[in-house]
Design a protein around this ligand. Structure first.
Ligand SMILES: C[S@@+](CC[C@H](N)C(=O)[O-])C[C@H]1O[C@@H](n2cnc3c(N)ncnc32)[C@H](O)[C@@H]1O
Length: 332
């Protein structure tokens, strides 16, 4: 099968990986699960978006690729009461509404039209299936076919049309053996998500590369039960690949002034740090010292430049300026 069809079936088919009862959280830990500080940072960003929008009557937070709604539940717990009264939380995922989701949180299969507020896609785009291309010994860029049972690959037809055009523009391949994940489906998915925002911000957070940092052999990988495994599209594991974030950003033509930075920079601008509390606090207020010490550990994990802190944040404002949403150093 072409990789995209096999990948689609493996993750989202009737017996697909993401339809398993344990959900993604049963197999890997994202920033969402690492600490409530992540949800708190999203609330801070949402408040800034609210200010830029002039405090609308209904302020949306739409979480695309919501898993089982874990982030929205955490956000609901962090909302200040002034904002809670106006915020509408909506999870978007391919799975039906989780039975345990609190009644106040909405659920949908596609991003609802007319969002006014913040649309977030956290570790979603890396799970949008792609075709894979590889250069054969004669120098022809070919589609790669895969056997879903064991992951065995062979060459398919030469890559042509929009896929070839995408490779030429974003990920040129010339050397035999080099390969790429073709990002057209991800660009289209993101453009559609951004198009659902009437006013506000679309934010994608993911592991990513740009033209300067493409991996020569692609980044296809598999994850199951907390460990990296071979990317066999058999439904027993997640199949994922880093996101060509520059291509994705360019695809959302409605947005202006996109802002990109790493998660370390973004979270610091939203008040998350790994700074340990002052030792003097330990004797003055031991409980508060302990609370801050735990927060510092979690903040350090979320901003670790060799781990979660290296994730890419892509903010695409729609109808509002980017200025002030993320302040701090290192924006690009
Ligand atoms: C890696 S999980 C991320 C879950 C959560 N956002 C987090 O970071 O913990 C990816 C999620 O995206 C969902 N997903 C994939 N394609 C989707 C689509 N086209 N529409 C909605 N959800 C999708 C999957 O079902 C899965 O729950």
């Amino acid at each position: 099968m072409p990789w995209r069809a096999a990948w689609e079936q493996a993750l989202y088919g009737p017996a697909g990986f993401y339809r398993r009862p344990e959900g993604p959280a049963g197999h890997f830990r994202t920033s969402v699960h690492a600490s409530p500080l992540f949800a708190r940072a999203i609330v801070t960003l949402l408040s800034r978006v609210d200010t830029a929008l002039g405090a609308p009557d209904v302020l949306d937070l739409v979480d695309v690729g919501s898993g089982r709604g874990e982030l929205l539940v955490a956000v609901a717990a962090e909302l200040p009461s002034a904002l809670a009264a106006r915020v509408r939380l909506t999870g978007v995922d391919v799975v039906p509404r989780p039975a345990t989701l609190p009644a106040g949180i909405g659920w949908a299969a596609v991003p609802p039209a007319g969002t006014t507020g913040l649309l977030l896609a956290h570790e979603w785009l890396d799970d949008v299936p792609c075709e894979i291309a590889e250069v054969d010994d004669a120098g022809t860029v070919r589609q790669v076919l895969v056997d879903p049972a064991d992951g065995t690959e062979r060459f398919g037809v030469p890559v042509t049309g929009a896929a070839a055009e995408w490779l030429r523009r974003w990920w040129p391949l010339t050397e035999p053996g080099t390969r790429a994940e073709i990002g057209t489906a991800r660009d289209a998915a993101w453009a559609e998500a951004v198009a659902s925002v009437a006013r506000g911000v679309a934010l994608a957070v993911d592991y990513a590369h740009t033209a300067a940092t493409r991996p020569p052999f692609g980044s296809l990988s598999g994850f199951a039960h907390g460990a990296e495994v071979d990317p066999v599209p058999d439904g027993t594991r997640n199949v994922t690949a880093h996101v060509a974030i520059d291509a994705v950003a360019a695809a959302a033509a409605r947005s202006h002034e996109p802002v990109r930075c790493d998660q370390r920079t973004a979270l610091r601008a939203l008040g998350v740090h790994g700074t340990r509390p002052d030792r003097d606090l330990a004797s003055a207020d031991p409980a508060e010292y302990l609370r801050r010490l735990v927060a510092a550990g979690e903040g350090a994990e979320l901003t670790d430049p060799t781990g979660l802190g290296a994730f890419e944040w892509l903010l695409q404002p729609v109808g509002i300026p980017a200025a002030g949403l993320l302040s701090g150093d290192g924006r690009r």
